[in-house]
Every structure is written in structure tokens, then in C-alpha cells.
Design a protein around this ligand. Structure first.
Ligand code: GDP
Length: 474
């Protein structure tokens, strides 16, 4: 589940001539050692074993993956899954089937009249799963009301806003003081349910995916695939993939299999890749299988049983392996490295552009929303700090210059004497510009508290002039 670094030192290592000479020397030494040992002990084989022991010296870093594994297991894992699709497509049933829970016990289905003008809502449910000591805290974000009312023109907007808000929250937390304990609410995967009754994607599906594909990993699902024949499932999948390409929609793409993956993994991954969009079936019941007579999760029809976990009946098992077994970490990585980074870059660029605009306009905008203004101040702090640091660096250079001038004129070489008026002014300027950290740096380099205190006394009065004074002296 966690990405484990691979230590390919030996494979990247290229042998040079000196290396081979060295190794020959080592072999010669070993051989000499062995003959010596054999000579003294009469054990001919001991020399060889010394040589091979040397080549197998263990430094201990081979345990690093174990250390990471232990640490990750102790910490547990978080995963946030969003489900989107119109009401009745079997979203809750599929989630229950995937996690073998009844997550929707308390769900209340509104009447048609209630749903006519209802907008998309966001509902979160949490489950904590434990498998062989590994803990997974799963958040399921449901979106009831999506595509349910008469006018569904902007029903994707609350979902987009929600995803943006999670990114913004994460960004703020990253800029804050308690960065170590950030709670990650970002959505790692969005299961998008496509109706089995249409002829491919519908306008609302296209609109939703076009709006959201740059912000979340979209995994398309063909809902209730037991209502279609095998040929119909295949044709619908082809049409959906064609529509996605035509509308340039980037759903989540599985990474290419690594060349060092074993054959079984490669076959499994190519099978999973081939069946996207997943044709899913869900069920909240356990029934007796017509084939094996075992009790299985399935749907009982007058003509037989549809088994949820039977790969010949649907792609449910592949979906579960993909989601929980093989690609959970990649979904999290893409969220972090692609979607969140895009958001962050866009956010910062927008703020920078705003900052360049007329000052008054920014002030008005800031006053509109206090929390936004506070956040902008946070982002602005970085720029401000940099400016201050540059200023301090200039002041320190100036001070050094003054000190060397002073010593060349026969003053105290170690800089312990009282600073000249211009040096004192320079210290003051740095002092007033740079804050606490700057003060301590400047005080050390200026050679004692005298400079600092005289600077402090003169601070407000000569701070501005000090720099000019210093520059003239330099
Ligand atoms: P949601 O509103 O999208 O959460 O849909 P539900 O999970 O509540 O399911 C709505 C109805 O569809 C219920 O009667 C389910 O029993 C039924 N249903 C759920 N999954 C499937 C499925 O895979 N195939 C079929 N045929 N019916 C399903």
C-alpha cells in the first residue's frame, strides 16, 4: 500500500578498470590469507569462505522497507472515495458490497416532489477497516441529488466546490503551524456511475467529467450491468471509451506495469486495464449459488442467480482488487502529485497576479472576506520574508565592509570596539527590517551588544538614514 523505495545500487553500478584491478588485488589478498590459514590450520576451504563472507557484508539498510512498512502500518492509512451518479443506479449497494458493510442504514429517500428542486448535496460516511492488523480509515463521500432534479444544469458545481475546498483546506493547513498533523480530506478517487440504459455517455456525464477530470481521479463504472447481455456490455464499454476520447476526457489511467513485476501481476493488471469502465453489480443479500450451491453475495432472479464476485458475471472483483489491492496508493499519489499540485500552482499564480494589480482593488477584495484576507496574508508572508532576508544580507555585507575598513585604518581588528556611527545605523536598519532572527545574526557579526544596543537606541530616528549613511561610507 505504501510506496517502497527500491535500492538499485548494484544494477546502476558500472565497473571501471580500477575496480577490476582492486578486486583482483582483494582476491589475491584473500587467496594469500587462505593459503596462510590453510597452512596453519590445515583447512583448505577456510580461505574461500573468508572471501565470500567479505563479499556479503551486510550494512543493514536492506531492512529499510521493513522499517517503512512497520511505521506505515502503525500509522494506518486514509482513503477518500467519492461516488457520483443519479439516484437509483446502485451506488450505495455497490459500496456496501465492496466493503461488506451496511453503510446506508440511516439513509432517507426523499419523495419525488422533494427532489424536483433539490440540489446536489455532499454526505460523508466513515468506516474503519482492519485487515491483518492493517488499518484503513475510509471516507465515502456521497453526492445525493446529483442529476435528480428537473434542471440539472449546474448539478456538478457543489461537487467541484467541495473538491476545491478540500484542496484549499489542505493548502492552508500546509502553510499553518501544525503541518505535521494535517487531516487529509482530499478526494482520492471518484467512482462515476454511468447508466446502463443509455447509448454511451449522456450530456450530463460529459459535462461532469470535463469539469472534474483535472481535479480528481475519475473511474467510470457501468451501473447494474446485470441488466445487459455480454454483447451489450462490450458495446457500451466501447461507446463510453469512444465518447471519452472524443470529448478529450482524461479518466484515471493505470500506470504501465514495471518490467520487474512478475508475470502474474502483469497479467492481472492488463486484465484490469482492459475492463475499464468496470461493469459492476451490487447486492446487499447473500443467496445460494446456482453453480456451486455455496452461499454468495448475489441477486436472485426467476431464471437464476447473478453472483457479484464471479468474474464471469461482472467486473466487481477486478474493481475491488484495483481499488483496494493494487492501485490505492497510486490513486493517492496522483491526487497529491498531479491534481493538488495543479490546484496549488494555479492558486499561487492567481494570488501573485492579484498582488500585482491596483493596491486599492486588492484591499477591497481583502476586506470582503476576512478569512480569505488572512490566508492571502499567509501567502504574502513568503514574499515579504524573502525581501527582508535580502535586505539583511545587504546590511551584513555593508557591515563587514565597514569593519574591514576600520581595521585597515588601525582600529580594533576583532571588531569588539564600539561601532562607528554609520555601522550603528546599518545595524539599526537591519534590526528594524528583519525581526528577531535578523537581530541575532546581525548582533553576532557586529561583534557585541554595543552595536546592537546603540542601534536600538537610534533605531527609529536614524533607521532610514542609516542605510544611506552606510552606503556612502562603503
Ligand atoms: P443509489 O440511489 O444509487 O444509491 O442506488 P441503490 O444502491 O439504493 O439501489 C437502487 C435500487 O437498485 C435498489 O432496489 C437496489 O436493490 C437495486 N440495485 C442495486 N444494485 C443493483 C445491480 O447491480 N443490479 C440491479 N439489477 N439492481 C441493483
Amino acid at each position: 500500500m505504501t510506496s517502497i523505495p527500491r535500492f538499485n545500487v548494484s544494477s546502476r553500478y558500472t565497473r571501471t578498470k580500477e575496480d577490476s584491478d582492486d578486486s583482483r588485488n582483494i582476491r589475491d589478498i584473500n587467496r594469500a590469507d587462505s593459503s596462510r590459514t590453510a597452512g596453519s590450520n590445515g583447512a583448505a576451504a577456510s580461505g574461500d569462505s573468508t572471501g565470500s563472507d567479505n563479499s556479503r557484508v551486510q550494512l543493514g539498510f536492506a531492512n529499510l522497507p521493513d522499517q517503512m512498512h512497520r511505521k506505515a502500518v502503525k500509522k494506518g492509512f486514509n482513503f477518500t472515495l467519492m461516488v457520483v451518479g443519479e439516484s437509483g443506479l446502485g451506488k450505495s449497494t455497490l459500496i456496501n458490497s465492496l466493503f461488506q458493510q451496511d453503510l446506508y442504514k440511516d439513509r432517507e429517500l426523499g419523495s419525488v416532489t422533494e427532489r424536483i428542486n433539490k440540489t446536489t448535496e455532499i454526505e460523508k460516511r466513515y468506516i474503519e477497516l482492519d485487515e491483518k492488523g492493517v488499518k484503513l480509515r475510509l471516507t465515502v463521500v456521497d453526492t445525493p441529488g446529483f442529476n435528480d432534479c428537473i434542471n440539472c444544469q449546474e448539478c456538478w458545481r457543489p461537487i467541484e466546490d467541495y473538491i476545491d475546498n478540500t484542496f484549499e483546506q489542505y493548502f492552508k493547513d500546509e502553510c499553518g503551524l501544525n503541518r505535521k498533523n494535517i487531516i487529509d480530506h482530499r478526494v482520492h478517487c471518484c467512482l462515476y456511475f454511468i447508466s446502463p440504459y443509455g447509448h454511451g455517455l449522456r450530456p450530463i456525464d460529459v459535462e461532469f467529467m470535463r469539469r472534474l477530470h483535472g481535479k480528481v481521479n475519475i473511474v467510470p463504472i457501468i451501473a447494474k450491468s446485470d441488466t445487459l447481455t455480454s454483447t451489450e456490455v462490450r458495446e457500451l464499454k466501447e461507446r463510453v471509451m469512444g465518447d471519452l476520447e472524443r470529448h478529450k476526457i482524461q479518466i484515471y489511467r493505470m500506470p504501465e506495469t514495471d518490467s520487474d513485476d512478475d508475470e502474474e501481476t502483469r497479467v492481472q493488471e492488463s486484465e484490469i486495464r482492459a475492463c475499464i469502465p468496470f461493469a459492476a453489480i451490487g447486492s446487499n443479500c447473500v443467496v445460494e449459488s446456482g453453480e456451486t450451491g455455496r452461499r454468495v453475495r448475489g441477486r436472485q432472479y426467476p431464471w437464476g442467480v447473478v453472483e457479484v464476485e464471479n468474474p464471469r458475471h461482472c467486473d466487481f472483483t477486478k474493481l475491488r482488487i484495483f481499488l483496494l489491492g493494487t492501485h490505492m496508493q497510486d490513486l493517492k499519489d496522483i491526487t497529491k502529485e498531479v491534481h493538488y499540485e495543479n490546484y496549488r500552482a494555479k492558486y499561487i499564480t492567481e494570488r501573485m497576479t492579484k498582488r500585482k494589480g491596483p493596491r486599492e482593488e486588492m484591499e477591497t477584495r481583502k476586506s470582503k472576506n476576512t478569512s480569505d484576507a488572512q490566508f492571502e496574508a499567509l501567502v504574502d508572508t513568503e514574499g515579504l520574508l524573502k525581501e527582508k532576508e535580502d535586505e539583511i544580507r545587504r546590511m551584513q555585507q555593508l557591515l563587514q565592509h565597514l569593519q574591514s575598513n576600520k581595521s585597515s585604518q588601525g582600529g580594533s581588528a576583532d571588531g569588539s570596539g564600539p561601532p562607528t556611527s554609520s555601522a550603528a545605523a546599518a545595524v539599526t536598519s537591519a534590526n528594524s527590517a528583519g525581526g528577531a532572527a535578523a537581530v541575532s545574526t546581525t548582533a553576532t557579526s557586529s561583534g557585541g551588544p554595543t552595536g546592537n544596543s546603540s542601534g536600538g537606541a537610534a533605531g527609529t530616528a536614524v533607521g532610514g538614514a542609516g542605510a544611506t549613511n552606510g552606503q556612502e561610507a562603503a
